[in-house]
Design a protein around this ligand. Sequence first.
Ligand SMILES: *Cc1c(COP(=O)(O)O)cnc(C)c1O
Length: 473
Amino acid sequence: MTDQSEFKAAAERALAEAVAWREDGPKLPAAPAASTQELRDLFDIGLPDDGRNGAAVIDNLIAAGSRGLVPNTHSNFFAWVMGASHPVGVAADILTSAWGQNAGIYRTAPAAAIAEEVAAKWLLDLLRLPPDASIAFATGATMASFICLSAARSEVLKQEGYDLEEEGLIGAPKIHVFLGAEAHATIHTDLRQLGFGRKNLVEIEVDTEGRMIADDLEAKIANYTGPKIVITQAGHINSGAFDPIQSITRVAHAHNAWVHVDGAFGFWVRAVPELAHLGEGFEKADSWTVDGHKWLQVPYDSGFAIVRNEEAHRRTMGIEASYIAGSADDGRNPSHFAPELSRRARGFAVWAVLQTLGRNGVEEMIRRHCRCTRHLETILKDVSGIRILNEVIINQMAIAFGDGEDPLEVRNALTLRVLDKLREENRNFVLGANWKGQEILRISVISRQTDIADIDVLAESILKAWDTVQTTS
Ligand SMILES: *Cc1c(COP(=O)(O)O)cnc(C)c1O
């Protein structure tokens, strides 16, 4: 078999399975069929001494893999804030793999570098951010915030006259990082990786929606001298809430702090006229994290680190070596903005998804997901014993069960039982979370195709589960 005929045979099987998996509508049953041990047995078919035929390998992968897939690609997925890998993005991704470009630098992958450059321009336009901000195409929000906060770390030290790149972090002036008490868990990971310990952090109180309280920031920040970073959030994972950015930037910039925005999914409201007010003012920040693989539906993995000060961004990320240096009319080197040299050509899929959705497609989808969430709220809000804990402003809902007068343990037990019932029924993929000590059913409407009919099915399941729990308690 030639290389090409083996590829064709393997790829045709993969494509047939890919198309079958991408059937429209809900995926039933919702949760993966196989147990952990079954999956181990399916995958652990032994490392062969002699390699197997390519098409047979793909057949085995399909047999094993398809037993353990989560339906975030489908309309009945409401669990984590995750995207659905737009099928045209997936098609672009297949080409990305087949082309096999190393998108480290312009010279190793000119088309990939320019696809990123152009997609970056469209992203800044859609998100209404400064057109000359610099962007890294990262693996997701975690890495995007890591990149932005590296630039922040370098720049706030530079403002104090300290050259981080020359002197190093050990012995540097202490930086204080101000962040909301409900900042996303990954922000803490990023900070740890960047050399910040808990004593560098100043936690700012939040309100019932998880929004940072600007007055508390104002009171606390005044107690610190030296370099400062303020981390805000656009889109809380339980409530969808946005930090009061106007007051935060006013206070933070008055204290020469760098303001970073974690807008992993919520930032996309800026692309929808009637929701844009929620994200108004966030453009005043210094850096922004936005995911591609959440609301934009770019296949995994995709996130954007956007930095106003390109010089600070490149200073902290740039890789310099003689074999990287290109000529003056080369396009941008992706590796100047992200921590990796060799990397996947992530720009192709982003370019393809933006072309397929267009401005109106992005708007329509986000508007529909928010309308779906309000629809669910309307159905559930007056049902006795069902409490919606957040103000439903975008696509997130936190639902608790039991009478508000019941003790917390009773309510938590009821909510957990409703979750069990929903899992047993397995018509929708849903999950719980614990928010401020309360067990919740956390609904995220973010899967590309989800529409009102899917919400009606979800609502019916929730009402039935709640009914069963009440009649059996
Ligand atoms: C999802 C999310 C993250 C982490 O994003 P990844 O893409 O999973 O790395 C960070 N912050 C917020 C607000 C999120 O919703």
